[in-house]
Structures are given as C-alpha cells and as structure tokens.
Design a protein around this ligand. Structure first.
Ligand code: ADP
Ligand code: ZN
Ligand code: ZN
Length: 734
C-alpha cells in the first residue's frame, strides 16, 4: 500500500488563487485520492469543504504553521480524475481560483459537506401494535383516526406528502403514534423510473442517415462534428439516432441545451424515443433533485444526462458522446464569477475522454464555423426540411417608404388580417419588453432616466411603472414632468406591451398571446401560453426572443419582425451575428407542417448585406460577410480576446485601477493591451465601470502573460477600491 504523504494539497472555496497545504488526519490508514472531499479549518475559526488535489512530501510552508485536515467526507472521490483534470485546466485557462471552479462544478449538496449518497425518503408505517388497534379507540380524536385509517389501508406506509394532504397536524400525530409504539419509521430508496419502450424513429432522409453514420463511425475516439441544419431540418432526429447507437453500446450520453431550450416536451421526446430515464440538470431544481440526477450519472445509473450549462461538469464514468444543441446560444457562457463557456469545455472534455461530440445549430457561431472550414471540426449539413415542409418566404418591408402606426406598417397589418381570415396564426417578434423604451416630456424634452444607470427607464403600462432593464430599479409613473411640471408625458417607441394593445385595437376579435419575461413571470405561465398556442386558442403571438428558441408553432404561417434594426449598427462586435441568428431562428418557427410560411421584416436598412442573406436563407453567405468583417477588425475567431472589467461606486476608481494594471503589464510579442476606457454603459446599478481589452493572435503568449499579470493585479493598491474580473473569450464587450 502506498504510504501516506506528509502533506495534502487542498482546493478550498476562496477567491484566492492556488491551493493550500494541510497535514493529514492524525490517524488515517489509507492515503486520500484526489477528488475526495475533506473538511478543513480555513481562516478564523471557520471550517470549509475542500477537495484533495494531491499529496506531496514537501511544502513551501513550515510544518508548524500548517493546519490539519479535520475530517474526511468520502470513501471514494466524488470527482473522477479526468474531470478534476479538466477543472484544473479550466481554472488555469479562465484564470479563475480553482476553489471557486470546483464549487461551480459540485452540486450544492456536496459543497455543503453532506454525504455523497442520497438519503432515502422517510416513510411512516404501522407497527403490529398499531395495526391491531381497534378503530373505536380513536373516536374521540378525528384527526388521529383519519391518519390511522389511511395507514391501515396501505401495506408499507405513507410518505410525508400524502400524510400532509390528510392533515396539517400530521407530524404531531405521527410523533404521538411513535411514542405509543403504533407507528415506526423507515426509509424508502428512490425507485428507478419506469420508462416506456422506445419508439421507432421516423423514416429519415439521406442527409440525416449520412450524418448519423458519420457520427457513429467515430464512437471510440474524439471527433468534433458541427451539425449545421436549417431550422426544422431534423437535427434532433440525428442526435437521437446517434444517441441510440451509443446507448446500445452501453455508454453514457451528455446532452447540453440552452437555458431556455430545456422544456418538459424536449425531455419527454428524448425519454419516449429512446426508452431510457433522463437525468435532468438545470438551475430550477432543488438541491436534492440536482444531487439525485448528478449522483445517478456519477454512479453510472443514468444513461442519459440532459442539462443546461453547468451539466458539462457531471461525472460520467462511461461517457460515449456529447451533444451541444444550439451551440451558438449565448447562455452557454457564464456571465459572472467563473466565466466559462460550457460549449468550449464540452469540446475539451470530449477530447480528453476520447469521445465524439456534436455541436448542432441552424445558425452556428462564427467560431465553430471557422473551425469546420479549417478542418478541425467535421461539418455535417442538413440542407433541407424533411417531407413537404418548405422554408418560409422572406420579404423586407422598407420603412423608408412605409408609414408606421404603433410600430406596424400597412403591409404587415394586412398580412396579419389575412391570417386571421384564413384561421392561421401570426407571430410578431419584438425584442423589447414593456410598453415603450422611453417616456418623454413634450414640453421640455425631459426623458425619464435611471438614477443608478446611464440608461432610460422603460415604461410599463400594465404595472404603471417605470422600470430600469439594467438594474431593475422601479419608479411609479410621474403625473407631471419632474423638470417643467408639464403634463405632456408621452411614451416613445414600442415594446411588446404596446404592440399587444395596438393589435387589440386593430383586431378586436383576435385572441392575443404575449410572451415575454413580464407576462411569463408566474410559475407555469409560459407553459399555459404555449399550450394555448398549440391548441389553437390563440390567433396572434407577440413576443421577445423567448419565442425564438426551441418552440415549434406548426400553425403559425406569418412571422413579422417588427424592429429588425436594433443592434444592426451596435458597437458590440457580435451584434450582427446575434441579430441574424435571432431572425433566422424565429423565422424557422413558422410554417413547419404543410402550410408554407411567410416572414416580413421591417427595416430602415433593406440594403444591408445581412438582410440580403436572410432573404436567400443564406447562412453561409452571411457567414462569409461576417467573417471577412471580423478578420479585418482582428476580432474572434481571428484573434483571442480577454476583457478586464472593473467597477466601483467611486467615480474614477475603476479607470484608475485599469491604468495601474496596464502600467504593470509586461506584454510579450503579439499581445496587445488597449487603453482602459469607460464601459459602453459607464454607470450601472450605481457603480462606475471601465474595461481594458487584451487582444492576441495566438493563445500561448496571451495565457503566459495573463498568468503573471492576474497575480500582480490583486496586489495593486488600486485594487482595493474596485471590484474587478477577468473575462477570457468574452461573449460581449459590455
Ligand atoms: P430540428 O432539431 O432541426 O429543429 P427536429 O428534429 O425537431 O428538427 O425535426 C423537426 C420536425 O420534423 C419534428 O417534428 C420531427 O419529428 C420531424 N422530422 C424530423 N426528421 C424527419 C423525417 N426524416 N421525416 C419526417 N419528419 C421528420
Ligand atoms: Zn418637461
Ligand atoms: Zn438602472
């Protein structure tokens, strides 16, 4: 047996970089394996859950200054070696403290130091004495009697939930019964889910069969596939076909989906088609549910894991395939704390675990597309929709020549009227919630500002409030102009609320459904609205980008893009890519079945190459144009970016910190530091913000530079006045 090392290196949840050395338990017969959780003293009188990284015979810290491991939590590591190695790599790559990286990867259940084993569900059952009781013994206590009768009626006891339905006082009564020896408690292990027999796939077309064959031809090695299929081309059927093969060879599959794409319908589709239980992982679960799914995968009981971003860190001992659906989606990038890209880490994980990975999208990210064009990813294309379903016709409505009434041009209104007459549905897409983005005084030109941000307040008519969409600040609607006391306050521009009320006036008989963050805040509201659409209880849908993902509306034959120009000339370098993706995605929701769809796009810039490509459904044409633009500007995927952000309630502190940071930098060849600048929205939620962009054509010198720089940043005296963060491969430059 290996000897116990003299020291253990432990990662602890702390914003400090590096790991910490600890002495072993006083008596510990077996050396600890990396990935095992321990409780260790940390800081003043605190004890935290750490993860063993390794052992060593030496420490840079004198032995008498080191503390001892207090307790070992696991018999075997909760993080397998491959995953731990990936997480260590990610901590280095994103320059984020390893302890916090591990905290992101581990479910809260394990982070809090609970046993790595699910407890059973408590069940109360009658003892022989309890069962032998005469019912007349309880006539004076009706609640006791009701609960006792319920327990008599079952053979192996009842859980908390059914007991709670019988009486709110059930706990008290069970305690009395237990004391009298009538009831005892036992634990029931969660039963494995009953699943239906797998359903056969629809007959697939040649492109689908070919794609499945390519993927399943690479099952025992790493290969990254980019599955580029137009909307509705049957990408999901390709995933399912490949997954089926992998499951049949007794391996596990990890499927990542964007935050908003993980619907119960999708889970059900996978479950039914594959006939296996699906372990679902997303942020809406309770700690217990999350840990149950996680440990099912880790213990090799769950063949299929379907989850959002952080599911990429699920241990899977026999990983055979990873699928990343809608790989272009921005929600794969975490925007705070440990700013990782789940898509990028999924590719890396596949490479390390020697498994194939499929990135799927109708509108691939330019990064992935370039990788495919360069040959490092294999491109699989589904250029057609199966069956009779045709792509919708796209037409541009030139706003230079058309008048707008409440944001709607005459041809768009006429097209909606036509659908109403034919009993078909219309979908109007406007990526702006609320009634109007600006409230203005006609007397003096005052516009309602947010006091804490460099932004205007959005007018919400339903709630009679002014709300800041950046910091959430709310104000009641002023009755008079706070500047000139005039009463002429008017909403300028359109949001989804205004569009909805305008449509209600134009088409008083139409049934309207609005889908945005406000209208779907209540639990179940979104499901209810989608159901109404699917069951034909809606004529016109109005909504934000919530409508662009994952949902199919077979009876929608008209898609209207109300304001396509938002973001067309934005300072953000990904704005055009996002706009194109959104419009193509929303256009793809329509006309899937036998009814052809039509897409009308209102724009002031009909000559923009982006729209020309949309009209032709020409993703590759758009990509050529956008890639050329990126190449010229030296932006990703032709360079690597890192953004150092800082913010502070003190004006000037953030910029001061960044200037000091820049002065401290010793940049190697090929790495460029821009000048620190105020952020595009300089003040947000009461803080002044600034940023510094680092750009490099090559990764290696960039990361070498960052290694030293990041350590130096924390030591700057200006760092004490700001909150700063480093964003490697930022999704946006805000
Ligand atoms: P995507 O994931 O590309 O949006 P889906 O796989 O969800 O596409 O397919 C869209 C619709 O077409 C689904 O209703 C699916 O069942 C159906 N479908 C997929 N492939 C075929 C096929 N080969 N023949 C008939 N219908 C198909
Ligand atoms: Zn005024
Ligand atoms: Zn604000």
């Amino acid at each position: 047996m290996a000897a116990e090392p003299r020291y253990y290196q432990i990662a602890v949840p702390s914003p400090l970089f590096g790991h910490f050395d600890y002495l072993p338990l006083r008596e510990n017969p077996v050396p600890l394996t990396p990935g095992t959780r321990v409780r260790v003293p940390f800081g003043r009188g605190r004890e935290v859950t750490g993860v063993v990284l390794g052992g060593s015979a030496h420490s840079a810290v004198p032995r008498h200054k080191l503390k001892r491991i207090a307790r070992v939590l696991d018999d075997s590591p909760v993080l397998p070696a491959t995953l731990l190695a990936l997480l260590r790599w990610a901590a280095d790559y994103y320059h984020h403290p390893l302890g916090e990286v591990l905290a992101t990867a581990l479910p809260a259940w394990l982070r809090e130091g609970r046993p790595a084993r699910l407890p059973g569900v408590p069940v109360w059952h009658l003892t022989d004495a309890g069962r032998a009781l005469e019912s007349s013994a309880l006539t004076r206590a009706p609640v006791q009697r009701r609960l006792w009768e319920a327990l008599v009626a079952v053979t192996d006891g009842l859980e908390a939930e059914p007991l709670g339905e019988l009486s709110t006082r059930w706990r008290e009564v069970m305690a009395i019964f237990e004391e009298r020896g009538w009831v005892a408690r036992h634990e029931r292990r969660a039963e494995s889910e009953v699943v239906p027999a797998p359903q056969p796939a629809p007959p697939l077309n040649a492109a689908q069969t070919g794609a499945i064959a390519e993927i399943t031809g690479a099952l025992d090695r790493y290969q990254c596939f980019l599955l580029h299929g137009i909307t509705g081309s049957g990408k999901t059927e390709v995933y399912l076909g490949a997954i089926e093969k992998v499951l049949a060879s007794n391996k596990q599959v990890l499927v990542l989906v964007p935050e908003i794409g993980l619907t119960p319908q999708l889970v059900e589709r996978f479950r039914r088609r594959l006939g296996v239980p699906v372990a679902v992982l997303h942020s809406g679960l309770t700690d217990t549910q999350r840990f149950a799914a996680w440990s099912g995968a880790a213990e090799d009981k769950a063949p299929l894991v379907l989850g959002t971003r952080s599911a990429v860190f699920t241990p899977m001992p026999r990983l055979g395939l990873i699928v990343v659906d809608e790989e272009h989606d921005a929600s794969y990038k975490q925007q705070e704390g440990f700013r990782y890209s789940a898509r990028d880490l999924a590719v890396l994980r596949a490479a390390r675990e020697k498994a194939p990975i499929v990135l799927g999208s109708a509108t691939p990210s330019l990064e992935s597309l370039k990788n495919a064009r360069d040959g490092s990813y294999r491109l699989l294309e589904l250029p057609e929709r199966p069956g009779a379903a045709e792509l919708p016709v796209v037409r541009l409505l030139d706003l230079r020549k058309l008048a707008l009434d409440d944001g709607l041009s005459a041809p768009l209104r006429a097209a909606v009227a036509e659908r109403l007459k034919r009993g078909e549905q219309s979908l109007l897409f406007l990526n702006r919630r609320g009634f109007a983005p600006v409230l203005m005084c006609y007397g003096c030109g005052w516009v309602a500002p947010c006091r804490r941000c460099d932004a205007r307040l959005t007018y919400h008519q339903r709630s009679s409030k002014l709300i800041c969409h950046h910091c959430g600040a709310e104000q009641l609607l002023p009755e008079k102009c706070p500047n000139c006391a005039g009463a002429e306050l008017h909403p300028i521009g359109e949001g989804t609320e205004r569009l909805e009320s305008a449509l209600a006036k134009i088409f008083p008989k139409a049934r309207l459904v609005r889908i945005d963050r406000d209208s779907t805040a209540a639990r179940g509201a979104l499901e209810g609205k989608l159901k109404a659409v699917h069951e034909g209880r809606a004529d016109i849908l109005v909504g934000t980008q919530m409508l662009t993902k994952g949902h199919d509306f077979p009876n929608v034959t008209l898609v209207g893009v109300v304001n396509a120009d938002q973001g067309l000339y934005s300072a953000e370098f990904r704005a055009a890519e996002r706009l194109f993706q959104q419009i193509l995605q929303v256009a793809g929701r329509a006309g899937r079945a036998d009814k052809p769809g039509e897409v009308l796009i209102q724009t002031w810039h009909p000559d923009h190459p982006l729209f020309a490509a949309l009209v032709r459904h020409d993703f590759n044409g758009f990509a050529d144009y956008a890639l050329a633009e990126r190449s010229e500007a030296g932006f990703p995927p032709y360079s690597h970016l890192v953004l150092l952000r800082a913010e502070s309630p003190d004006r000037g502190a953030a910029l001061g910190f960044l200037r000091a940071a820049r002065a401290k930098a010793e940049t190697p060849n090929g790495v460029q530091l821009m000048d620190p600048v105020p952020s595009p929205m300089e003040r947000r939620a009461g803080r002044w913000r600034a940023q510094l962009l680092v750009q490099s054509a090559k990764r290696a010198p960039l990361h070498e530079f960052l290694d030293g720089w990041v350590r130096a940043l924390g030591a700057l005296k200006q760092a004490r006045r700001v909150r700063w963060s480093l964003d490697v491969d930022p999704a946006d430059l805000f």
